[in-house]
Design a protein around this ligand. Structure first.
Ligand SMILES: Cc1ncc(COP(=O)(O)O)c(C=O)c1O
Length: 304
């Protein structure tokens, strides 16, 4: 497996939106690095892939839901770069657009049910899977953990290298969606206190993200609740905001992560959290393939 010398470069694009009220915003477009291996996923995978390679693995086994952006990108990467992929899925077999893609990419799927999936943090969870797939390297849900975070550190370099292109000498902080908090932790590690990182939680507080992040980084970030009633809960205000944003500046968002994160920023600006002239980097973490589950939004993602 590997080596993988593909290091995609994400463009940094200033955006104008009427609610910014003097705050300046530039979007790091991880959704534009590749049509299929989109968003923060490849960055979170790079260190895991390096560890798998060092261990002599011939592929990756990982977990996720029936709409998982992580499994989608992993399966696409396995197909593109020629390594085996196995996905352990939450719930019972169903053909979502994402699952149809996983099959088309050649990922071997196992459905664990809900109880079986809940057991994923148990100490003996991986034992039987390691026996069945001794040559595959296990990657935690969402590509998380320290390895996942370290792979995201390069994003800070990519932003700094592009600042002069957009006429900025510096910036005042990062704003992004947090699901496991892995991408946020990677930015915090790379910033080493130079700029704060704000994470808009796409999941409720009882998902333990604060504790997971705290295990990786202790300072230099803030988490705020942005899940709007629960993970994957969608409401008309959110969908209207996504639609209005795309019309206003051409930025496509999806409802689970990036839409909620940008809407949370709007609310914080309305609450005067940031003074006029503050410069923020918003990380577009991808996930546009997930828009296919929302008929009112155009797909925004190529057909496989
Ligand atoms: C589109 C999208 N944005 C953000 C996130 C959250 O990233 P993290 O789990 O690193 O916090 C995810 C999930 O991994 C995602 O699919």
């Amino acid at each position: 497996m590997g080596p993988f010398d593909w290091l995609p470069y994400a463009p940094l694009e200033p955006v104008q939106l009427d609610w910014l009220d003097g705050v300046e915003l530039a979007v790091l477009r991880l959704d534009r690095i590749d049509p299929l291996i989109s968003g923060n996923k490849w960055f979170k995978l790079t260190e895991h892939l390096a560890q798998g390679r060092a261990a002599g693995a011939s592929g990756i086994i990982s977990l996720g839901g029936a709409h998982s952006n992580h499994l989608h990108a992993l399966a696409a990467a396995g197909k593109r770069f020629g390594f085996a992929t196995v996905g352990l899925l939450r719930g019972h077999a169903q053909d979502t657009p994402s699952v149809l893609d996983l099959n088309a990419f050649g990922m071997q799927l196992h459905w664990l049910g809900y109880g079986g999936y809940r057991a994923r943090h148990a100490p003996d969870f991986w034992g039987p899977w390691r026996e069945q797939y001794p040559h595959l390297h296990p990657v935690p849900e969402g590509g998380g953990g320290l390895a996942g975070a370290l792979g995201c550190a390069v994003l800070v370099e990519q932003v700094r290298a592009q600042l002069s292109d957009i006429g900025w000498a510096d910036y005042d902080g990062w704003w992004l969606a947090a699901g496991t908090g892995t991408t946020l932790a990677g930015l915090v590690l790379a910033e080493a206190g130079a700029h704060p990182v704000y994470g808009a939680l796409a999941v409720p507080d009882d998902h333990g993200v604060a504790q997971q992040v705290q295990a990786l980084v202790q300072h230099g970030y803030q988490l705020l609740q942005a899940s709007r009633g629960g993970f994957a809960k969608v409401d008309p205000e959110l969908l209207a905001f996504i639609d209005a944003t795309e019309h206003a500046c051409g930025l496509p968002l999806e409802p689970l992560y990036t839409g909620k994160a940008l809407l949370a920023l709007k609310q914080q600006i309305e609450a005067r959290r940031f003074v006029c002239g503050t410069r923020l980097i918003f990380v577009h973490t991808g996930g546009l393939q997930g828009r296919r589950g929302f008929p009112s939004l155009s797909s925004g993602h190529p057909r496989v």
